[in-house]
Design a binder for this molecule. Structure first.
Ligand code: ADP
Length: 219
């Protein structure tokens, strides 16, 4: 689906975001106060504008409320990030995603109404940490404080050649197997008689500590 995005701040984060969205056929307006940064994306973005996003009328003139998503990707200049977020929300922007540099910044952006606040360095640090601790866990989604969903690759030979019911995954771990990826093919809601092969990837959902235990056991 083609949607419209305004990205304010074309640094490393905003720039990578713009490239990804454009590569996937989306409409992206890039805004930055720095002409050099704007020029880097002039040829690929749908449109680029050199402007100071903390000025009151800049976002109004760009009709910021008409975009499906507005990303405030200004990090270091906290004042500019906060003012741009307030302006965007005041003008009626629907989905404002703002990048925070630290915990205080995150609290402020949340308080002033950003719909989603991200802390890329922190989130990436956590992800890499988890990857190092659990190398078979390919993907991990936190559903709540207590529940998660993960993709776990089965490499432990004691798990292969057995069916899902023989392994007692539900009883032993309290986990539901919602899909299996076998040699690139995805089997959604696999039958409990499905026999697990070496390197199959199981998508499991359940209590977080059980997902971790399951990952350790399949190592
Ligand atoms: P990153 O770590 O993603 O590179 P930075 O905070 O260093 O993040 O960069 C954010 C971008 O935001 C820079 O390109 C900077 O020029 C731009 N920027 C900073 N202040 C403003 C502002 N008031 N209006 C528009 N763009 C801004």
């Amino acid at each position: 689906m083609r949607q419209t995005y305004a990205i304010i701040g074309l640094g490393r984060f905003g720039g990578a975001l713009l490239e990804t969205l454009i590569a996937n056929g989306q409409d992206v307006l890039g805004i930055d106060i720095n002409e050099e940064h704007v020029n880097e994306y002039r040829d690929i973005a749908t449109q680029v504008v050199i402007a100071d996003a903390q000025e009151d009328d800049v976002l109004r003139k760009l009709d910021i409320a008409s975009f499906d998503h507005v990303v405030i990707a200004i990090g270091h200049n906290m004042q500019a990030s906060i003012l741009a977020t307030i302006n965007a929300k005041d003008l009626g922007a629907k989905n404002v995603i703002a990048k925070a540099e630290n915990r205080t910044h995150l609290r402020v952006l949340t308080k002033i109404g950003a719909d989603l606040v991200v802390q890329p360095e922190r989130e990436m640090g956590e992800r890499i940490g988890r990857k190092l601790l659990a190398p078979n866990m390919l993907n991990f989604i936190e559903l709540s404080d207590d529940y998660s969903m993960a993709e776990v690759q089965i490499v432990n030979p004691t798990f292969t050649g057995k069916t899902i019911s023989e392994l007692n995954i539900h009883k032993k771990f309290g986990l539901n197997v919602i899909a299996v990826r076998h040699e690139g093919e995805v089997i959604v809601a696999p039958d409990s008689k499905y026999k697990i092969h070496h390197k199959d990837i199981l998508s499991v959902v359940g209590p977080k500590d059980m997902v971790d235990d399951f990952d350790q056991m399949t190592n």
